[in-house]
Design a protein around this ligand. Structure first.
Ligand code: SF4
Length: 713
């Protein structure tokens, strides 16, 4: 522990990992972060998990990029003989900023001018600030000339957002996490909060201690089940069957909130007719949960004074992810469990700023604040606001852009050049062999990052960026809180703030941008973004954030405290009502068969964050979980003659990994769980790129694999 007397300065910021958005203080000595304290923020009340408390020294890692890099002539792009992170000198040479920027922007501009705006695409990042997300999407829309801009929300909650926008008119949460304090029943589905939103999980556990009933519904029996009143370990891929059975039971047992449905919902009759065939008795053999348990949970949910639904990627990352979320919307609506404290819908956001990046317009179909690019009024407003003609067609999404990079040469929408800021699709995309091939096939790839990530390894130009502690900016957490982080350190070497780099690219592509000054430039971008998002954050000024650190939106005036609970009187839909959308069972794109008899489930783990580029370079976190492991049930280990620690090879139709196995009896029989943070056993080599048709999210949570003993990890 470094006491306050021992440090040179203390700087207030926000944890850079998950969407809970814990406020922190960096303790800095000799220009290094030496420890992190939890601050008394509204989302964390000074609590931190292991990542927030110990995952800070990645910023000082010797592998930080400190110079712009340019690929050496003739060095092929590929992974066959890729050196491990940190050893890039065979493939790249150092360059000046002027040379690297001229090459990066010049090539992108040349592709745009030769092949048209659709030849370019950009991936921004949910790891950056709101200001960076806003400026990046503005660059793609006004500088590249299309809406081909996306980020990892496409891999995260895109299907949840599609269902929420369709159903309740807003993609954000209705109630904040610590509102579970007012709930009698907390329904957690497709989420592993003790690992992925650990501080949020503490609110749930506290609520259970004071008597709230936790229902965990998940194919994996994860740690929060120790605190659960009921655990519904349903069969993977049967979400719609189970949720429709709950809705059926509510209707069948006369527990519908008739007044709420009459006054605030539409299309109830269609929903009621659709779930007639989904009785708990009929669905029990399909989803694997006894009918009486389904009825018991439905009764408890409907009759609770407050029942809140929190969900994660287990709901969203399916080809039926939007249908899964539609069922959750229907469940809270027919029971009247929304629009009041201790109830409602909460898709737990993954990345620290995936909410804010989406709000800021870092998505191909929406301008800032979810105004559709193909809406004539919104389109005209932004053309005037930015003073540029804009494309009126939605752009391609993450996985679609990868397909377009491999399109035939005569495809007028072939993507030929990309600018990727802070994302690592060469690890995070599904079917990695395909994604890596697509990235390597680009005529020009510019990657801006703090490390030589797997994606940067495929770049033509690599631009060294700033880590979060080296920047001032805002991020928006899962609770709709806009929160301010302050710069604690200078970037190392010639690394630069991302906002500066975006502007340098923009200027070289013909945009006369000038958001000058270290903090005043950030404030100027924030203020412009606030105007673009006036219907959500007009009351959250830069000055107010300096004073308050965290303000919840919607917040429309200086004296508006923000609205932690929304939809109290009406929903922001055209008619003010929830639109109920019936859903039917759609099977996973790839089911197990004789050749590939196991189900692969991918996800995160407590100690590591996403593709591991930060946490695997954080000393304590890497020491806690230094290597990839796959989790299997004891019965499956026994059947294969395996013991924990043995090596297995997992193969899908797309790729394979060799990996050590560990026992986890919460993993269902016939399934294997693999975290996706490890480059040496990249889980996404095996995953399936099949998409949900509405959210365009890949099916990370289900594909068929076979497992063999042995292999070379
Ligand atoms: Fe950071 Fe999330 Fe942990 Fe809070 S719960 S400390 S935001 S990783």
């Amino acid at each position: 522990f470094i006491g306050s007397q021992a440090v040179d300065r203390k700087v207030d910021s926000v944890c850079p990992f998950c969407g809970v958005g814990c406020l922190i203080t960096y303790n800095v000595k000799d220009e290094k972060i030496v420890s992190v304290d939890g601050r008394d923020g509204p989302a964390n009340h000074s609590r931190l998990c292991v990542k927030g408390r110990f995952g800070f020294d990645y910023a000082h890692h010797p592998q930080r990029l400190t110079k712009p890099l340019i690929r050496k002539p003739g060095v092929p792009k590929g992974f066959d003989d890729a050196p491990r992170p940190g050893d890039w000198s065979e493939a790249f040479r150092e360059a000046s900023w002027e040379e690297a920027l001229a090459l990066a922007a010049g090539q992108l501009k040349g592709l745009r001018d030769t092949h048209g705006p659709k030849a370019l695409a950009g991936f921004g990042s949910a790891k950056g600030s709101n200001e960076e997300a806003y400026l990046f999407q503005k660059l793609v829309r006004t500088g590249f000339g299309s809406n081909n801009v996306d980020h990892c929300t496409r891999l995260c909650h895109a299907s949840s957002v599609a269902a929420l926008l369709e159903g309740v008119g807003s993609g954000a949460v209705s109630n904040q996490v610590n509102d579970v304090d007012h709930a009698e029943l907390i329904f957690i589905i497709g989420s592993n909060p003790t690992a992925n939103h650990p501080v949020a999980a503490t609110w749930m556990k506290n609520a259970a201690r004071r008597g709230a009933k936790i229902v965990l519904a998940d194919p994996r029996r994860t740690d929060i089940s120790k605190h659960a009143w009921r655990t519904l370990q349903f069969k993977a891929d049967t979400d719609v069957a189970m949720l429709n059975a709950l809705i059926h039971a509510v209707i069948d047992e006369g527990l519908v909130d008739e007044a709420f449905v009459r006054d605030r919902a539409s299309n109830f009759e269609a929903l009621r007719d659709n779930v007639k065939g989904y009785s708990p008795e009929a669905m029990a053999p399909i989803c694997g949960v006894p009918a009486e348990t389904l009825r018991e949970v439905a009764r408890a949910f409907a009759t609770a004074k407050g029942a809140m639904v929190l969900w994660g990627m287990g709901i969203s990352q399916h080809v039926h992810g939007t249908d899964n979320a539609r069922c959750l919307i229907a469940l809270v609506t027919v029971t009247g469990q929304i629009g009041k404290p201790g109830s409602g819908l909460h898709p737990l956001r993954g990345q620290n700023n995936v909410q804010g990046a989406s709000d800021a317009g870092l998505i191909p179909m929406m301008f800032p604040n979810y105004q559709r690019v193909d809406n004539a009024a919104a389109h005209a407003w932004f053309e005037e606001f930015w003073g540029m003609p804009l494309d009126e067609k939605p752009g391609y999404t993450v996985v679609e852009i990868m397909h377009k990079a491999l399109a035939p040469d005569d495809d007028p929408h072939k993507v030929r050049g990309m600018y990727i800021m802070g994302e690592n699709p060469a690890m995070s995309d599904p079917d990695l062999n395909h994604a890596r091939h697509a990235l390597a096939s680009l005529e020009h790839l510019v990657v801006q990052d703090i490390f030589m990530t797997e994606t940067a390894w495929l770049a033509d130009v690599v631009l060294p960026a700033s880590a979060w502690p080296e920047k001032t900016g805002t991020v928006s957490n899962t609770d709709r809180m806009v929160q301010l982080g302050k710069r604690a350190l200078d970037p190392p070497g010639d690394a630069r703030p991302d906002l500066w780099i975006i502007q340098q690219i923009a200027r070289r592509m013909g945009l006369a941008w000038n958001y000058e000054g270290e903090e005043s430039g950030v404030a100027a971008v924030y203020d412009e973004m606030r105007q673009a998002m006036h219907a959500a954050i007009s009351g959250i000024t830069w000055e107010r954030l300096q004073r308050e650190s965290s303000v919840t939106y919607p917040c429309l005036s200086a004296d508006d405290p923000g609205q932690p609970t929304v939809f109290i009187d009406r929903f922001p839909t055209a008619d003010g009502r929830v639109k109920l959308v019936p859903a039917d069972i759609i099977p996973a794109d790839e089911r197990p068969d004789a050749d590939y008899p196991f189900v692969l489930i991918t996800g995160r783990q407590l100690e590591h964050w996403h593709t591991g580029s930060m946490t695997r370079r954080a000393t304590v976190l890497d020491a806690l979980e230094p290597m990839a492991t796959a989790s299997m049930h004891q019965a499956d280990l026994d059947a294969m003659g395996l013991a924990p620690g043995d090596v297995i090879t997992i193969r899908s139709r797309r790729g394979e990994v060799a990996i050590h196995v560990r026992r986890d009896d919460g993993t269902p029989h016939g399934a294997v769980f693999v975290p996706f943070a490890y480059y040496e056993a990249a889980a996404n080599l095996m995953t399936n790129a099949a998409l949900d048709p509405f959210g365009k999210i890949p099916e990370f949570k289900y594909c068929a694999v076979r497992i063999e003993r042995g292999g070379q990890p």
